[in-house]
Ligand binder design. Structure first.
Ligand SMILES: [Cu+2]
Length: 412
């Protein structure tokens, strides 16, 4: 008993001490899923506090990584939505590359980018961790950066008005048709209960078994039983068909749930890019730092500097790059931004046409906090991420990088 109380106490204390522990367990997803499948970027939440019924918008982009892990199903069928701890918010509208995303999309392309928009509405008051979410059939949910959204007000005020295609106005679709469904339950439960009681009120198992033993099968089912059974059968069939014809009459236009998938083209490829190949990558376990040696070639027409390395929604910004102070918008979850930033072996801008080897270091306790270091024990020890470059006028270029990574267990 004492042990039980101690365990409960520990669980509650742990929950109270680490607020984010009440989030969804997004940190328990394998690093290969978070660093090598869907990389979210430019994610913005327009509000962090909404009233019940008030709408808020979540926009962003994602890159489907070229180096998609072998163990993960390809994005052949995907569904876009938001991730919340239960039905705390309502998804009012959703778009992928501007196309309504009511249904799943098929055959998204690896190595390409997509843009999404989700319009949501507060439903249940509280402080909820909300993420953009791409569900990939066969792989599961792949989430973007989570933001705490505070929903204020009272659940009793929640309304979801809808006007149907034939002009019927429904005040709140949340409860629409529920009383009718309950009435139907009532009808069927009453009929079933009558049939059960009809047999239960009479001598049951043993007397009937004894009658059977004596060869008196004829007394088990009387003419009255047969009559009641036939009447009940007729009533059931009549209610079923009657209900069907009544519904057909009252609702002549019925659109079934849409089950097909949509196709969508990815965003156009940018005109210029910086080619980056990973020559060597290691993770320094005691120093909690990722070291990556890359060979960069600038195919653009402007000198560019490395601005940011982003992976698994974590952001490592090079503080010395032009515009670094504005690289992370104010609405981005602060617990996903590395305080240490991004260290570079060479801060000189990469000239047009130039190829240079550059080493970068992404060092922060976030690797551990976000439980991203289990790639050290993976059979497929690889990492992936997005490298952002910026030119003098603030234009960004993005390149995806990936490669094998080796752990270093001793201090360098
Ligand atoms: Cu979460």
């Amino acid at each position: 008993m004492k042990m039980w109380a101690l365990c409960l106490g520990l669980v509650l204390a742990a929950g109270a001490a680490t607020e984010t522990a009440w989030a969804h367990g997004e940190r328990s997803q394998e690093p290969y899923l978070r660093t090598r499948t869907v990389q979210y970027y430019d994610v913005h939440y327009d509000k962090q506090t909404v009233k019940v019924n008030e709408e808020f918008t979540l926009v962003g982009k994602f890159r489907l990584m070229e180096d998609w892990p072998d163990a993960v199903s390809l994005p052949e069928t995907v569904f876009l939505s938001a991730y919340a701890p239960g039905p705390m918010i309502t998804r009012v509208e959703s778009y992928l590359n501007g196309m309504p995303a009511r249904q799943s999309f098929s055959k998204l392309e690896l190595g390409r980018d997509y843009e999404f928009k989700l319009v949501m509405k507060g439903r249940i008051p509280g402080r909820h961790h909300i993420h953009p979410l791409l569900s990939v059939k066969g792989s599961g949910p792949l989430v973007g950066p989570g933001q705490w959204i505070e929903v204020t007000g009272s659940k009793a005020d929640y309304l979801m008005p809808v006007t149907t295609m034939n002009g019927v106005k429904i005040d709140n679709i949340e409860f629409y048709g529920i009383s009718r469904a309950l009435k139907w339950y009532g009808v069927w439960i009453a009929l079933a209960a009558f049939w059960l009681l009809f047999w239960l009120v009479r001598p049951l198992l043993l007397p009937r078994w004894m009658a059977l033993q004596k060869g008196r099968e004829d007394v088990l089912i009387s003419n009255r039983d047969i009559t009641v059974g036939v009447i009940l059968g007729v009533v059931v069939v009549a209610i079923s068909f009657g209900g069907y014809f009544y519904a057909k009459q009252e609702y002549p236009y019925v659109v079934p749930l849409q089950a097909g998938t949509n196709k969508i083209d990815p965003l156009p490829k940018p005109a210029h890019s910086v080619e980056v190949s990973v020559l060597k990558a290691s993770y320094d376990v005691p120093g909690r730092a990722m070291h990556v040696t890359t060979r960069m070639t600038n195919h653009g027409s402007e000198p560019v500097s490395v601005l940011e390395f982003a992976t698994a929604n974590l952001r490592f910004v090079n503080q010395q790059a032009p515009g670094a102070d504005k690289a992370v918008s104010a609405d981005y979850p602060r617990d996903l931004v590395a305080r240490g930033g991004l260290g570079l072996s060479d801060q000189k801008p990469l000239m047009p046409g130039e190829t240079r080897d550059v080493k970068f270091e992404a060092s922060d306790a976030l690797w551990e906090v976000e439980r991203l270091v289990s790639f050290l024990t993976d059979v497929d020890s690889k990492f992936g991420g997005l490298l952002f470059f910026v030119d003098k006028s603030g234009n960004r270029l993005m390149t995806e990088i990936s490669g094998p990574i080796l752990p270093t267990f001793t201090a360098l």
